[in-house]
Design a protein around this ligand. Sequence first.
Ligand SMILES: Cc1cc2nc3c(=O)[nH]c(=O)nc-3n(C[C@H](O)[C@H](O)[C@H](O)COP(=O)(O)OP(=O)(O)OC[C@H]3O[C@@H](n4cnc5c(N)ncnc54)[C@H](O)[C@@H]3O)c2cc1C
Length: 468
Amino acid sequence: MSDTIPSYRAIDPEIVERIRAAVGPEACIIDREKLEVFGKDATEYFRVPELVVEATTVQQVQELFRLASSLKFPVTPRGHGTGLAGGAVPLAGGVVLSLQKMNRIISIDRENLIAVVEPGVVNLDLKKAAAEKGLFYPPDPASLDTCSIGGNAATNAGGPSCVKYGTTRDYVLGLEAVLPSGELIQAGVQTRKGVVGYDLAHLLVGSEGTLAVITKLILRLIPMPRTVTTLVALFPGLHSAMEAVTSVLVHGHVPSALEFLDRHCLDLVGDLLPFEGVQDAGAFLLIEADGAPEVISGEIERIGEICLECGAVDALLAPDSYKRTQMWEVRKQVSLRIEHNSPVYVPEDVVVPIAKIADFVDGLPELEKLYGITIYSFGHAGDGNIHLNITAESREILERVEDGIRAALERVLALGGTISGEHGIGVAKMRFLPLELSPESIRIQRAIKRLFDPQMILNPGKIFKESC
Ligand SMILES: Cc1cc2nc3c(=O)[nH]c(=O)nc-3n(C[C@H](O)[C@H](O)[C@H](O)COP(=O)(O)OP(=O)(O)OC[C@H]3O[C@@H](n4cnc5c(N)ncnc54)[C@H](O)[C@@H]3O)c2cc1C
C-alpha cells in the first residue's frame, strides 16, 4: 500500500486537541474500540482511523478540512459503511469523517417534486417520507435500509429499478459540498433542467468521496406509481432466460425490475422460494411492472407470454404483496448465503450490453473449469448489470482466483461492457482500472483530482494507483 499512498502527518495529541477545539469535543471519537467500527465497510479492507469526527453541521466539516489542509493529514468521508469497494476505509489512517449524524430530511416539496436532504439520511427513510406525500424516490440499492443518500450519491448507487428509472445520478439535481480546502460550493440546480457551466454536481456523483464531501442534496422525486405487479419465470437454463430479457425489452416493455438468479444461486436459496419447480430450473427471472393498474395487468401478462415463448417452463404472478415481499427477500438473501458458504468470495458487478448477456453467461462454465472457481451470477438482467460472485473452496488458490477474475473482466470489456456498474472502484478494483480506461483518460481524471485536492488529503489511495 505504501507505494500508492503518500506519507501524512500523524494525528498526534496536539492535532487531536486542535480538531477537538475546531469541531467540538462531543463530535470526536478517540476510544480505540469505537474507532475500529469506522475502520471497515462491507469489504475485507480494514484500517483503524486515528480519530473519527461525527459531523452534525456543515461548519464542522469545513473546520475539519481547514485544519487538514493546513496540517496535511488525510480525511476519509464515510456514510453508513455499506460500500463494496473499500471506499470508506481510511487506508492512510488519519481522520474518518462520518456523515451519519447529518441525517435531516430538510424538505419534501410536493408541488416541485423535490427533496432536500442531508447526506446521512438512510435511503429507505427518504423513500418513506416521499411516499407519505404520494411521491417516489426510485434508487433502490439492496442495502437501502442501511445505506446513506450521501454514500449513494458518492457511488452513484443503483438497484433493480434502474432498468426503468435510472441510477442515483438521474435524481441528483444539485448539491452542496465542502472542498478539501474547506471552501463550500453549490453545484447543479433546484429546477428540473439547467445547463449553466460545467456539470460539477454530476462530476461529484460517483466520485467516491475523492473530490469533495457532499453535505446537502437536492433530489428529484416523481409521482408514486399506483400499482406494482410481480411475475416470476423459471427457465431450463440461463441462456434462454437472457434471451427472454432481450425479447421483453425489444418488444417495448419497460419493467420496473428485471432480475435474475442462475442455477448456482437457486441451489443456495431455492428452498426459500414460495413455489414449485425450482429444483429442476436452470435460471429464474423476477419481473415487475408498475404504473396504472389498467395498463399494468395487460403488460405483465404479455411479458409472461414472451417468457413462455422463449422457453420458460413456468411463469407465475405473485398473488399478493406478502408473496412479493418473500420473493424479494430471497433475492436479497443470495449474496449473504454465497458469502457465508465460501472461504473465498469476491463480488464483481460487471455490465455488458443487453444483447450480449446471453453470450457472456454462456462463457462462465468455461472460466469456472479453467480457474477452479465457482461463479454465482445474479442481478439486474434488465440493464445488463451482472453480479458475478466469484468463489473458491480454498484460499490456497487465490492466485488462480485472481486470474479468473481478470479473465472474466477482460471478456466483459471485449463485449463492450464495463467492469463496475454500481459498486465503484474504491480500493477493491483499483488494479483493474487500466483494463478499461486509457492512459489519456486516467491522466485527465488524475488532473481533476489534483485540481480539487492539490494536497491529496481527501480519501487517498482510492480509484487511481498512484495518488500524486
Ligand atoms: C448487502 C449489500 C447490498 C448492496 N446492494 C447494492 C446495490 O444493489 N446497489 C448498489 O449500488 N450498491 C449496493 N451495495 C453497496 C453500498 O450499499 C452502496 O455503495 C451505498 O451507496 C454505500 O452507501 P454508504 O452510506 O454505506 O457509503 P459508505 O460505504 O460509507 O461510503 C461509500 C463511498 O462513498 C463515500 N462517501 C460516503 N458519504 C459521502 C459524502 N457525504 N460525501 C462524499 N463521499 C461520501 C465514501 O468515502 C466511500 O468512498 C450493497 C452493499 C451491501 C452490504
